[in-house]
Design a protein around this ligand. Structure first.
Ligand code: 5GP
Length: 205
C-alpha cells in the first residue's frame, strides 16, 4: 500500500534526553530519518557538522531566511536554529518518517503549515534530575544551564499544544513508547491511500 511519509517533532527541555532517545530509536525503525537543523550555536565537544547540526554563521543564517530555505526557525537562548526545507520534503515524498528535534516555537510554526505533523513532548522524570543531567553533561557554561532551566519551566506550559508526551525515566522504555506512537501514526486512515483500500474492499465482495 502506498503511504505518505510524515513528520514527527520531538520537543522538550534541554537535557530531557532527546538526542539519546533519537539515537536509540533511529537504527531500530526502518524508514525513520533524522532531520539535521542549521544553527548559529558553536559546536559542543564531539558534535560534527552535517551530522548533529549544520553549524553556520549569523550571515549564513540570514541568507537561509532570505532565500526562504527554512521550514521554521527560532531564537533559543541567544542562538538561532532552523529546519532546512529541502531534506524534509524529499524524505516525506519518499514515504519516510522524518523526526526532528525542534523547540516549541518551531513546533508551533510547523503545525501551522503542516497540520498532519505529530508533536511529541519529552519530559525528564523530575526537575532535579534535569538539573543534574545538565550539570553532569558539563558541555554548557553555568549561565547557559541556568537559562536553559528557566526556559524549560516556561516551555512546559505549552505541553497542551502537543499530541503525545513521553517521560524519559529509562531510555529503553522511552524508545518503546516513541516506537508505539510511530506505529500508531502509520495506521491512521488519514495517511492511507483510500483508493487502494477501496480496491481491496471490492476484491472482498
Ligand atoms: P541545543 O543547543 O541544546 O542543541 O538545542 C537547543 C534547543 O534548540 C532545543 O530545545 C532544540 O529542540 C532546539 N532546536 C534544535 N534544532 C532546532 C530547529 O531546527 N528549530 C528550532 N525551532 N529549534 C531547534
Amino acid at each position: 500500500m502506498n503511504l505518505q511519509g510524515f513528520l514527527i517533532v520531538l520537543s522538550g527541555p534541554s537535557g530531557a534526553g532527546k538526542n539519546t532517545l533519537m539515537n536509540t530509536v533511529i537504527p531500530n525503525i526502518p524508514n525513520l530519518q533524522y532531520s539535521v537543523s542549521a544553527t548559529t550555536r558553536k559546536p559542543r565537544q564531539g558534535e560534527h557538522n552535517g551530522e548533529d547540526y549544520f553549524f553556520v554563521t549569523d550571515e549564513e543564517f540570514d541568507q537561509l531566511i532570505a532565500d526562504d530555505e527554512l521550514l521554521e526557525w527560532a531564537n533559543f537562548c541567544g542562538n538561532r536554529y532552523g529546519t532546512p526545507k529541502f531534506f524534509v520534503k524529499e524524505m516525506i515524498d519518499q514515504g519516510k518518517t522524518v523526526i526532528m528535534d525542534v523547540d516549541i516555537q518551531g513546533a508551533l510554526q510547523i503545525k501551522e503549515k503542516i497540520q498532519e505533523v505529530v508533536l511529541v513532548f519529552l519530559l525528564p522524570p523530575t526537575w532535579d534530575e534535569l538539573r543534574n543531567r545538565l550539570t553532569k553533561r558539563g558541555k554548557d557554561p553555568q549561565e547557559a544551564i541556568r537559562q536553559r532551566l528557566e526556559r524549560s519551566y516556561e516551555e512546559l506550559r505549552h505541553i497542551i499544544d502537543y499530541d503525545y508526551f513521553i517521560i524519559n525515566d529509562k531510555v529503553e522504555k522511552a524508545a518503546e513508547r516513541l516506537h508505539t506512537i510511530i506505529n500508531a501514526e502509520w495506521c491512521r486512515v488519514a495517511r492511507a491511500d483510500l483508493s487502494e483500500i477501496q480496491t481491496l474492499g471490492s476484491h472482498m465482495r
